[in-house]
Structure formats: structure tokens, C-alpha cells
Design a protein around this ligand. Structure first.
Ligand SMILES: Cc1cc2nc3c(=O)[nH]c(=O)nc-3n(C[C@H](O)[C@H](O)[C@H](O)COP(=O)(O)OP(=O)(O)OC[C@H]3O[C@@H](n4cnc5c(N)ncnc54)[C@H](O)[C@@H]3O)c2cc1C
Ligand code: SF4
Length: 325
């Protein structure tokens, strides 16, 4: 049986309290994690994957629980992301494909967007990782090398496998981050960082408060296509989101996930083809261009070449689903 390691749980009731607890712990040199639904970070703790002595819950912060069609607080449960609650149909579709219905009742938007990267050399029990002499994401101190791309030594190529990010990115969402240095709002597409250890641009003591969709986001029709081993609850092995204002090729956007350490947009591949769309041929060319632009590595359940080849099919399906042919 995997027992939870001991930690002190903090329950701030406001943004100010959360920031003050974080600042206080940092000034004492104490490490901590934010916790939202806990569906990822707490199982990781049980596996002794980077557990911290302090955990700060965002559950009781009123602003984090607010949700409107355009502003979604970080503590919003995935199970409430439904069209009948005024949520964008693409976000509702993507949320319905995450994990299982039970997990979606606890899992949150902020936790999904800030999800840790994953790797089959890392998401294992402590004993298992010790038996292979660690890797540098979990045990920098030992000097262990990366198991996936050895001899490069600084970068971790663990895979980001969150489903919501490419969909929010395709819709042009922004995120509000808040911490000891104050508040800032950035495009979600600028939030992620290529290193699987650093993951994103959050500063020490900073957390994601909410996601904001642009005013014209409901003019966009979208489709999210996901490859996973078991439809019932598995993480994406590849995911492609496509959106456009129906009939207007200049508004076409594509974003992908679960293929690298970051989810990413594909403006470079979309723009030239969207500018001179040829019915019949452009769809194939674009799907192939997106496939060529991703570089999955061998650290998830399915082989990287297979995941890469499926990207072409997922892109085609997503485009056809939104009527872009
Ligand atoms: C069996 C199983 C299947 C799963 N399948 C999927 C899947 O198909 N697709 C998918 O996307 N995910 C999947 N997950 C992962 C996870 O359940 C979801 O991503 C979930 O949305 C995470 O949200 P949470 O609130 O539980 O996050 P938590 O576990 O609370 O936190 C996750 C991480 O984000 C950080 N964090 C949380 N909130 C914030 C915030 N507001 N600001 C800054 N940092 C924050 C935490 O410190 C932690 O590092 C699966 C998990 C399990 C156990
Ligand atoms: S990609 Fe390398 S460093 Fe990162 S978790 Fe996997 S084995 Fe470890």
C-alpha cells in the first residue's frame, strides 16, 4: 500500500492570504505545492514523486471559484464545464474527454492547465525509480542522466499531457497569474516552457487565478481529437484542436498537445495554406505539415512514430468536423 507522506495543509480564504502564506514559507526556505482537486499531485505524493512538506489549497478562494462563459476560475471543476452552464462547446467537448467522470468531479481547470509533465521513467514508485538509479527530473542532486535522451544533461523532455490547453490556446485564451510580485495576464500560448522540469512561466509563489476567453470566442466553431489507449480514462497520447469562424479560412487555428513538453499552436503551418486555401488539397497538406512539426519522444504508452503519424489523422478529422475541407 502506498501511504501519503506527511505534509502541512494550508487553507487560505483569500488571494491575499494565499500569497502571504506562500511568501512566508519562501522566506523560511520551506518548499510547497499548490493543490486544487489533488487528482494528480496527491497520487504523485503517494509515489514519493517530489512531495513537499507544505501544500496550499486554492479551494477556499472565492475568485478562484467564479465562473462565467468568458472567465473561468482556476478551481472550476471539469464536471461543470458543460454547454448547459454556458461554457464554450469546444471546452465542454475537451473536458468531457478528460480522465473519468469520477476524476472530473474533483479535477479543476487550473490543475489541468498547470499539470506536471509525464514520463514513464518518472511516473513510477520510488522503489522503481531507485532501481534504475533515478533520472534528473526527480533527483537532480544525484547527477542522474535523462533516460529518454541521454548525454544532453540539462533538459527534461517529459511530455505535457493536459487536454484543455490546446483548446483554450486555439480560442486565444489568456491566463491571470498572481503572486508576491503582483498580478499579470498573459496569453496561454506564452505560459508553457519547453523544459519538462520547469514546465511553465509561474514564478516562485505565483499561481494561476483564472482563464479568460476573448469576446469573439463564441463565434468560433471547434473540434478536439484525442488519441488514448483506453477511452474510459487515459491521458492523451496525442491531441489536436482546430477552430475557425465558419467559412472564413483566415480565422483558422490549430493547436496540439501530448506530443512534446509543451502544448503548442501551429500558426506557421496554418497561415500559408489558409491564405490560399485549395479545396481538397490544402486539408491534406495542412494535416501533413502539422504532423511534420511535432517531435514526440519515447516516454509515454505508445511509440513516438505512431503518435506522430496519428497527428495527421487527428488534424484531418478535426478540420473535417468543423466543416473546413
Ligand atoms: C487515472 C487518471 C487519468 C487522467 N486522465 C487525464 C486525461 O485524460 N487528461 C488530462 O488532461 N488529465 C488527466 N489526468 C490528470 C488530472 O486528473 C487532470 O489533469 C486534472 O485536471 C488535474 O486537476 P487537479 O485540480 O486535480 O490538479 P492537482 O492535482 O491539484 O494539481 C496538478 C498540478 O497543478 C498545480 N496547480 C493546481 N492548480 C494550480 C493553480 N491554480 N495555479 C498553479 N498551479 C496549480 C499543482 O501544484 C500540481 O502541480 C488523469 C489523472 C488520473 C489519476
Ligand atoms: S524525460 Fe528524462 S529527465 Fe525527464 S522525466 Fe523522463 S527520464 Fe527523467
Amino acid at each position: 500500500m502506498m501511504l501519503m507522506p506527511p505534509f502541512t495543509l494550508h487553507h487560505p480564504g483569500s488571494i491575499e492570504q494565499a500569497v502571504s502564506i506562500a511568501s512566508d514559507l519562501m522566506s523560511k526556505g520551506e518548499e510547497f505545492d499548490w493543490v486544487a482537486g489533488g487528482t494528480d499531485v496527491l497520487p504523485n505524493y503517494k509515489w514519493r514523486i517530489n512531495p513537499k512538506p507544505h501544500v496550499i489549497s486554492l479551494a477556499k478562494i472565492p475568485e478562484a471559484n467564479q465562473v462565467t462563459p468568458y472567465e473561468i476560475g482556476c478551481m472550476t471543476k471539469l464536471s461543470t464545464l458543460k454547454e448547459e452552464n454556458g461554457i464554450h462547446p469546444l471546452i465542454a467537448e475537451a473536458a468531457s474527454k478528460i480522465a473519468s467522470s469520477l476524476i472530473r468531479k474533483s479535477a479543476t481547470v487550473g490543475g489541468n492547465l498547470c499539470l506536471d509533465t509525464r514520463c514513464f521513467w518518472y511516473n513510477q514508485s520510488e522503489d522503481w525509480r531507485r532501481s534504475i538509479d533515478w533520472c534528473h527530473k526527480a533527483d537532480c542532486g544525484t547527477g542522474a542522466d535523462c533516460r529518454v535522451i541521454p548525454n544532453q544533461n540539462t533538459l527534461c523532455v517529459a511530455t505535457y499531457q493536459g487536454d484543455l490547453a490546446p483548446n483554450f490556446m486555439a480560442l486565444g485564451a489568456q491566463v491571470t497569474l498572481i503572486g508576491p510580485e503582483g498580478e499579470r495576464t498573459i496569453a496561454l500560448s506564452e505560459f508553457y516552457q519547453l523544459d519538462g522540469m520547469k514546465k511553465n512561466v509561474l514564478l516562485p509563489g505565483e499561481f494561476m487565478l483564472k482563464v479568460t476567453l476573448p469576446k469573439d470566442s463564441f463565434d468560433y466553431t471547434g473540434s478536439y481529437q484525442k488519441l488514448r489507449v483506453r477511452e474510459s480514462w487515459d491521458f492523451p497520447e496525442a491531441g489536436v484542436s482546430a477552430v475557425w469562424k465558419k467559412g472564413d479560412y483566415s480565422t483558422l487555428r490549430i493547436a496540439s498537445t501530448a506530443l512534446e513538453s509543451i502544448p503548442k499552436t501551429h500558426e506557421e503551418q496554418v497561415s500559408p495554406l489558409a491564405a490560399a486555401w485549395q479545396k481538397g488539397t490544402s486539408l491534406s497538406e495542412l494535416s501533413d505539415a502539422v504532423r511534420k512539426s511535432v517531435k514526440p519522444v519515447n516516454n509515454t504508452a505508445l511509440p513516438p512514430n505512431y503518435r506522430k503519424s496519428v497527428v495527421r489523422i487527428l488534424t484531418k478529422r478535426a478540420l473535417k468536423n468543423i466543416g473546413c475541407e
